[in-house]
Design a protein around this ligand. Sequence first.
Ligand code: ATP
Ligand code: MG
Length: 203
Amino acid sequence: MERTRRRLGVMGGTFDPIHHGHLVAASEVQSVFGLDEVIFVPTGRPWQKEDDRISDPEHRYLMTVVATAANPVFTVSRVDIDRPGRTYTIDTLRDLRKQFPDDDLFFITGADALTNILTWKNYDEIFDLAHFVGVTRPGHDLELGGLPADKVTLIEVPAMAISSTDCRTRVASGEPVWYLVPDGVVQYINKYALYTESSGNGS
Ligand code: ATP
Ligand code: MG
């Protein structure tokens, strides 16, 4: 008997740390597109951020697991953190396509990252591998620009003016991140003293 194609969301990110902006965006796209699952994919070494100090991939992976564990349709993939070298979205999509050859992939991206797709490696091929969903993000205009209209859908999601950069800065200066990130992520950050001067990983 032929299996029906599943609809899989792919939410790529550095997740340093994962916050409610990521989670609301993923949840909204899951609902609007009727996705069977949303796979969060923490990056290995993000090439666009090579000069920044990024937390250990295992910390970012585990925070993503902690943040998504309670949602039955959210999962986390290690494809990017287990692949040596820098992370390119084309490789993420190729790996997931191999893993799920019979399913449809929907790559979710915020307004800021969407604009960058034009500069991504293998620009043409990425649109053959997945449909792209661009979501609104406070402070950024959501527009197609030069992107193909049949391959990219733009949707509005509840506005969450939260960024990982801001969360890191807040932790480093002793300000709270409660309610910006899930409770378990606050506790994880405290447990491993992430983003503090002395921790030396991504502050
Ligand atoms: P940083 O400040 O370190 O760049 P970030 O908050 O932008 O972190 P990323 O891990 O870079 O988080 O983002 C992963 C994906 O989530 C990107 O597609 C980004 O556009 C999207 N995203 C991040 N924050 C939001 C938000 N508040 N609302 C909507 N989309 C978001
Ligand atoms: Mg970002």
